[in-house]
Design a protein around this ligand. Structure first.
Ligand SMILES: *Cc1c(COP(=O)(O)O)cnc(C)c1O
Length: 439
C-alpha cells in the first residue's frame, strides 16, 4: 500500500494526495486539523485524509481501503453509513435541519436513553461530550452548593477548563495535560487522584468531604488506552460520594451503549447519580446528553435555576441519527458478538506480541481494547505513562501499510463495530504478527 515500515528513521508516509491535502489544511487550520488526535502527532507522519466510509472500512483519498479500528473514536458501533441510520438522517433533513422549537423526536430519544441507562430519570440533550460534562459539573455544583470536584489522572472528560488537569487522550499524547489558557482559578477546585487508588480516594474524602460537589470518572477508561476499574474502586466511589453528599458522575461518553447497552453502570451494576453521554448516542452526528436523578436534573433551567442552553441542542437531524442507532442496538443487540470478537482479537494480539518477544499487556471491555507496549498491567496513568511510545508509532504505521487503521496513539482504545467479522479480526491479527516481528 504505502512505503514499508521497517525503520524509525524513515517513517512510512501517507499517499501523495493526503500529503498535499495536509499541506493545504495546515495553512488553514491549527495543525491542519479540527481536533488534535487526528494529526498523528503521537506516531509521526502525515494523517490520512478520508474520502468515505462504509461498514467496517475507511477509504482514503489516495484510494486505499482500511479495516477501521477507530470508528470515529467511538460512535460508529453499527459500522459506517448504516442504511437505516442514513435514511433516518435524510428523512429528518428533508423536513428542515433546525427549528429552535421542541419536537416529539426529542422525547422519543429521551425515552430511549432513560430506558437504557439505569441512573437517568431525566435527561438534557446537548451537542457534544464536552458540553455534557461541563453542564453536569455545573449542575452538581449548583445542586450541592459546593465547589470542589474530584477527577482521575489520565481520564479525559472533554476540553472543559476545570477538567483539563491531568487529562488523558490527546492531552496526554501531546504531553500537555495542563493547557495554557486554563487559569489557576479554573483548576484550583479540581482534585486529581490516581485511578483505582482506593486509599487515595478515602483520604481525599476524609480531608475535603464536605466541600466535594462531584466526583467524575470514566467507568472504563478509554483515554489512556483501555483501563478497567476494580470493583473495589467503583464501590468506594459510590459509597464515599453517598456518605458525604457528593454527586457521583459517570462519564459514559465513550462507554455508553458500547460496553453494554446501558453502559458501564449496567455492566458493573454500580449506579451513579448523574451520567454524561456522547459518541454513540448521536449515531455519528454531533449530540451529547447528560442526565440523572430527577431531583438533580430539576435544578436545570427552566425547571430550576442552573443555566444551560443550546441553539442547536436536540437538533432534529442529530436526534434522528441517535434515535435510529439506539433503536437498532436495542432490537438487535450486538453485544455478545462484540464480546466474542474482542476475546478473539485480544488473544490474537497477545499471542502475536508474545511470539515477537514484545513486552506487552492487553486490556479490554467489550468492543474497546488496547495492546499496551508495557509489561505491567495498566491500572492508572503512572503505569500507562511508561509505555514504549516509539514502538507504538512503528506498530501503527506498519499496520497502516497492511490496510489496518488503528488509533494513532498508545493512549486511545481501539473500537470496532457490529460490521467487523471474524475474518477481519483474523486478518488484523495476521498483520499484527507480521508487523510486531519486524519491530
Ligand atoms: C470523547 C470523550 C469526551 C468528549 O466528547 P466530545 O464529543 O469530543 O466533546 C468526554 N468524555 C469522554 C470519556 C470521552 O471519551
Amino acid at each position: 500500500m504505502n512505503s514499508p515500515a521497517n525503520s524509525s528513521a524513515a517513517r512510512p508516509s501517507a499517499g501523495p494526495k493526503s500529503v498535499a491535502a495536509f499541506q493545504r489544511a495546515s495553512a488553514l487550520m491549527p495543525g491542519g486539523v479540527n481536533s488534535p488526535a487526528r494529526a498523528f502527532g503521537a506516531v509521526g507522519g502525515t494523517p490520512l485524509f478520508i474520502e468515505r466510509a462504509e461498514g467496517p472500512y475507511l477509504y482514503d483519498i489516495d484510494g486505499n481501503r482500511y479495516i477501521d479500528y477507530i470508528g470515529s473514536w467511538g460512535p460508529m458501533i453499527l459500522g459506517h453509513a448504516h442504511p437505516e441510520v442514513i435514511s433516518a438522517i435524510t428523512e429528518a433533513a428533508a423536513k428542515g435541519t433546525s427549528y429552535g422549537a421542541p419536537t416529539e423526536a426529542e422525547s422519543r430519544l429521551a425515552e430511549q436513553i432513560i430506558e437504557a441507562v439505569p441512573s437517568i430519570e431525566k435527561v438534557r440533550l446537548v451537542n457534544s461530550g464536552t458540553e455534557a460534562t461541563m453542564s453536569a459539573l455545573r449542575v452538581a455544583r449548583g445542586a450541592t452548593g459546593r465547589k470542589k470536584v474530584i477527577k482521575f489522572a489520565g481520564n479525559y472528560h472533554g476540553h472543559v477548563d476545570s477538567l483539563l488537569v491531568a487529562a488523558g487522550s490527546a492531552a496526554a499524547t501531546l504531553g500537555a495535560p495542563d493547557s495554557p489558557g486554563v487559569t489557576p482559578g479554573a483548576a484550583e477546585d479540581t482534585l486529581v487522584l490516581s485511578y483505582n487508588d482506593v486509599p487515595g480516594l478515602q483520604n481525599a474524602f476524609d480531608q475535603h468531604g464536605d466541600d466535594i460537589a462531584a466526583l467524575i470518572l470514566e467507568p472504563v477508561v478509554g483515554n489512556m488506552g483501555c483501563v478497567l476499574p476494580t470493583m473495589e474502586f467503583l464501590n468506594a466511589a459510590r459509597d464515599l460520594t453517598s456518605k458525604h453528599g457528593s454527586i457521583l458522575i459517570f462519564d459514559e461518553v465513550m462507554t455508553g451503549f458500547r460496553v453494554a447497552y446501558g453502559g458501564a453502570q449496567e455492566r458493573f451494576g454500580v449506579t451513579p447519580d448523574m451520567t454524561t453521554l456522547g459518541k454513540i448516542v448521536g449515531g455519528g452526528m454531533p449530540l451529547g446528553a447528560y442526565g440523572g436523578r430527577a431531583e438533580i436534573m430539576n435544578q436545570v433551567l427552566p425547571a430550576g435555576k442552573v443555566f444551560q442552553a443550546g441553539t442547536l441542542s436536540g437538533n432534529p437531524v442529530a436526534v434522528a441519527a441517535g434515535s435510529a442507532t439506539l433503536r437498532l442496538l436495542k432490537e438487535n443487540p450486538p453485544y455478545e458478538q462484540l464480546e466474542r470478537l474482542a476475546d478473539r482479537l485480544a488473544d490474537g494480539l497477545d499471542r502475536a506480541a508474545t511470539s515477537a518477544g514484545m513486552a506487552h499487556t492487553v486490556a479490554k471491555a467489550g468492543a474497546m481494547l488496547t495492546l499496551f507496549f508495557n509489561p505491567e498491567p495498566v491500572d492508572c496513568w503512572d503505569v500507562a505513562d511508561r509505555c514504549d511510545r516509539e514502538a507504538f508509532g512503528r506498530y501503527f504505521w506498519g499496520l497502516i501499510n497492511e490496510g489496518i487503521y488503528m488509533p494513532c496513539s498508545q493512549f486511545e482504545a481501539l473500537f470496532f463495530s457490529q460490521q467487523h467479522t471474524e475474518a477481519m479480526i483474523d486478518e488484523t491479527i495476521g498483520a499484527a504478527e507480521k508487523v510486531l516481528k519486524s519491530l
